[in-house]
Design a protein around this ligand. Structure first.
Ligand code: F6R
Length: 279
């Protein structure tokens, strides 16, 4: 098991800082594998909330390697993905369904009927029903044992984008169709070739479903994540920085950072003084 170079307790969360992103990804994969094995041993199956994007790619590669080495089975894993562009075909290589197939599902023993993605092909008139149904499926499956998250450069989680909505209302947001924020469109240019070609709307798991997970593992690597990390952990809870909503659920959130993403944190020292300084 990799050891973090620093461990902080901030805003009710454990913050594990690793020397580099590969070590952090290995630690994250080990944490997901442990949660999976424990849930399968205790109740017969594990329910995982999964993220896409650049950040978790090496984590999925590590999970695939564990599976190939015979250390991890997905036969009793049920997955729910955070988001999907709208509208989009699951066959479109830019869809998150295609991403999950490429990075995880095609390489492990998960039955395809246990992988759930928001459907970018439902007619717009049915989007609200489909979104509500997705939240119900998660609840009927007993809730998420672990939600894996990345953090947008603008602080978004899933595609819950910065807004001026009062925090109390944001915390209740259900799964729904959203307009993507201009920073998200710029970041997605990587996958679409050009910002003007990015699909500007998406379906996203709501803040309420994310926060209901029994454990939340959020990953952020690189200097471009330093500001949203610091604002999420050390700033006030605000809808301008959706990562700060994780402050609402104490004791079940683990941040896994590399040194570059942690560099904006004012608190850099021991767990004891970090707690003191943060409050
Ligand atoms: C992806 C998702 C997004 C990303 C975030 C970070 O399913 O929900 O919130 O986690 O935009 O993306 P990367 O990892 O590409 O920096």
């Amino acid at each position: 098991m990799r050891s973090p170079v620093r461990v902080l307790e901030l805003a009710g969360a454990s913050v594990l800082v690793y020397g580099d992103a590969p070590s952090a990804c290995q630690a994250a994969a080990e944490r997901i594998a442990e949660t999976t094995r424990a849930a399968v041993a205790n109740k017969g199956r594990a329910v995982l909330g999964l993220a896409t994007g650049a950040t978790p790619e090496p984590v999925y590669a590590r999970l695939v390697a564990m599976h190939r080495e015979g250390d991890l089975s997905f036969a009793n894993v049920v997955t729910y993905n955070l988001d999907e562009y709208y509208p989009i075909s699951p066959l479109d290589p830019r869809s998150y369904r295609a991403y999950m197939h490429e990075h995880l599902f095609a390489h492990v023993d998960i039955p395809s009927n246990q992988t759930h993605m928001l459907d970018g092909t439902v007619p717009e008139a049915s989007v609200a029903d489909h979104s509500a149904e997705f939240d119900r499926w998660i609840a009927n499956d007993g809730g998420l044992d672990l939600q894996l998250l990345g953090l947008g450069r603008n602080g978004h989680i899933g595609f819950n984008e910065p807004s001026d909505t009062p925090v109390a209302d944001s915390l209740k947001l259900p799964t729904r169709l959203v307009d993507l924020h201009h920073v998200t469109l710029a970041s997605a240019a990587r996958d679409f070739g050009d910002e003007s070609r990015v699909i500007p709307r998406a379906l996203t798991l709501g803040v309420a479903s994310i926060l209901s997970a029994r454990a939340i593992l959020i990953l952020a690597f690189g200097p471009h994540k330093a500001e949203p990390v610091a604002r999420s952990l050390e700033g006030p809870m605000t809808s301008r920085v959706p990562g700060s909503f994780l402050q609402a659920v104490s004791g079940k959130v683990t941040w896994v950072l590399d040194e570059a993403a942690a560099q904006g944190l004012a608190v850099r020292s021991t767990v004891a003084s970090a707690v003191k300084t943060a409050r």
